[in-house]
Write a protein that binds this ligand. Structure first.
Ligand SMILES: Cc1ncc(COP(=O)(O)O)c(C=O)c1O
Length: 501
């Protein structure tokens, strides 16, 4: 299982000792996963020092901000993760649709910095990544490779992003500022759903033993950090919502799937509250729904395969959303004309309309899928559908301009705003939905065989183990084991003593 990131003892002592020595020089302290789950446990001395650190700077202490509990200023802590509750006047359904805000994460303004840490830190403390010799390669369609570059850089490791050349300009602008060498941005052909091309590039890079590929689609660090940290964060949001309405029920957790990492939070919520898990993809690339394929623009999701870390047999529903709607809603929610329409015509509060900018393309996709879910299950006012806004609209300014030119003849006026509201939001129905029967779950699970066993060389027993829930539940034991190792590592590097109160 070494390549899947499931080691819990030191694999290579020489590498481990070199890594400790490197961290002794740099003085970087590693947070435990437990601290990221509950940042109130981060020692006061660190929290005080953090107050003067810019959340978007490449400062090692920003590791202690890689969690859901950053406040609106992104400098201090909040008791409850930031969230956006969408009223019925917007969604057209009675259920409360609530999205946790990913753009409060440091450095990349998106939640993918969390799984990047979740994948790298177990490798560091088990002697599988040598910061002196190795290069961390981060393949993704956007935010994960930015998260990986940010985490590598602040840990003093060499990081390289591999991503399709047609991802949003904002992502490349960010990468240009953060990589130390322009050669560390590797552009592959295509766009969002061209993951095969990313794999091919990574297979070539993998021939060099100094490159370590952090494949988010099969790294269990990605699954675990979301199950543990995102799961707990969403539970805190739910408890906060319940305070004002004690009868509230957590009816569903909805998440668009890229690597399937975020969906792991659903495993936690389902175990605790019986919450249904809804996996979402682009209607233009309906891999889970129809074993389909295709191009789309919901950046960050829907990559024409079933990720290895997606717990398919625990998935209750699959929903597909068209990028025609997410592209257009981005325009409606983030232009002056659109905002005026929402306030004056639809009567939405000015503050709410301003807050809609917290949703990037995949967040809008989550919102629409949550509405579909609420409609399908006839959810009422006591029901909560939780989801995440993985990043905000700020990452897609260039996409917005493209859509205005392409879909609105370069003139997004009040009529176009009304049409967009009608077609992309108010008309949301229960089409492109599948409540998963046992046969459906097996069909999707088995589809993964072709990617993972036939193409990527995972053994059949490793593949099949994932059909049982005890496998996924058992993974949780890894977290305390890794946290113990992180603690020992910090002791050995001397960083723990340096930060002692
Ligand atoms: C913007 C955006 N939304 C959604 C996702 C999907 O998250 P996950 O990979 O955890 O399934 C990603 C992943 O990169 C993303 O960047």
């Amino acid at each position: 299982m070494a390549r899947l990131g499931l080691e819990r003892t030191v694999v290579d002592t020489a590498v481990y000792e070199r890594t400790v020595a490197r961290f002794r020089e740099t003085g970087v302290l590693l947070p435990t996963i437990g601290q990221l789950k509950d940042p109130s446990t981060i020692p006061a001395v660190i929290r005080e020092k953090l107050a003067s650190v810019d959340p978007d700077s490449p400062h090692p202490l920003n590791l202690f901000r890689v969690h859901w509990f950053n406040d609106a200023a992104r400098s201090g802590l909040s008791d409850v993760p930031g969230y956006l509750e969408l009223p019925s006047a917007l969604t057209g359904v009675k259920a409360r649709i609530v999205l946790a805000l990913g753009n409060r994460f440091p450095m990349i303004n998106a939640h993918k910095v969390l799984p990047a840490y979740g994948c790298l830190v177990p490798r560091l403390v088990t002697g599988q990544f040598d910061p002196v010799r190795h290069r961390a390669v981060w393949p993704s369609t956007g935010n994960y490779c930015r998260g990986g570059v940010a985490i590598s850089r602040i840990l003093g490791c060499h990081g390289t992003a591999v991503l399709p050349e047609n991802m949003s300009r904002e992502r490349f602008d960010w990468l240009d500022k953060w990589v130390l060498d322009p050669a560390d941005i590797v552009r592959t052909p295509g766009s969002e759903s061209n993951v095969k091309e990313i794999y091919d590039t990574c297979a070539a890079l993998d021939r060099d033993p100094d490159n370590i590929i952090f494949n988010q689609f099969c790294e269990f660090g990605n699954y675990l950090i979301h199950r543990y940290c995102t799961g707990a964060a969403l539970e805190t949001v739910y408890q906060a919502l319940k305070k004002s309405r004690p009868g509230a029920r957590l009816a569903a957790f909805v998440s668009a799937s890229g690597s399937g990492g975020t969906l792991a939070a659903g495993d936690h919520l389902k175990q605790k509250f019986g919450t249904r898990i809804v996996a979402v993809e682009a209607a233009e690339c309906p891999t889970l729904l129809e074993n389909g394929f295709g191009e789309h623009n919901i950046q960050g999701i829907g990559d024409k395969h079933v990720p290895f870390i997606h717990n398919v047999m625990n998935t209750d529903m699959v929903a597909a959303i068209s990028d025609r709607y997410t592209d257009r809603l981005l325009v409606l929610f983030n232009t002056e004309v659109g905002r005026r329409y929402l306030v004056e015509r639809q009567g939405l509060a000015v503050e709410l309309v301003a807050a809609l900018a917290n949703m990037g393309l995949s967040s809008l996709c989550n919102m629409l899928a949550a509405i579909k879910t609420a409609r399908y299950y006839d959810l009422g006012a006591e029901d909560i559908v939780l989801s995440v806004a993985t990043d905000g609209a700020a990452m897609y300014g260039s996409q917005l301009d493209k859509t205005i030119k392409r879909d609105f003849a370069a003139n997004f006026d009040a009529v176009a705003a009304g049409e967009t509201w009608g077609m992309a939001l108010a008309a949301t129905t229960t089409d492109n939905l599948l409540e998963m029967s046992m046969v459906d779950r097996k069909r999707v699970f088995n589809l993964g065989y072709f990617t993972w066993v036939e193409q990527q060389g995972v053994s059949l027993p490793e593949f099949m183990a994932r059909s049982s829930q005890s496998f996924w539940d058992g993974l949780e034991e890894m977290v305390p084991a890794w946290d113990r190792m992180i603690g020992e590592f910090n002791e050995k590097s001397g960083a723990a003593a340096a930060f002692a109160a």
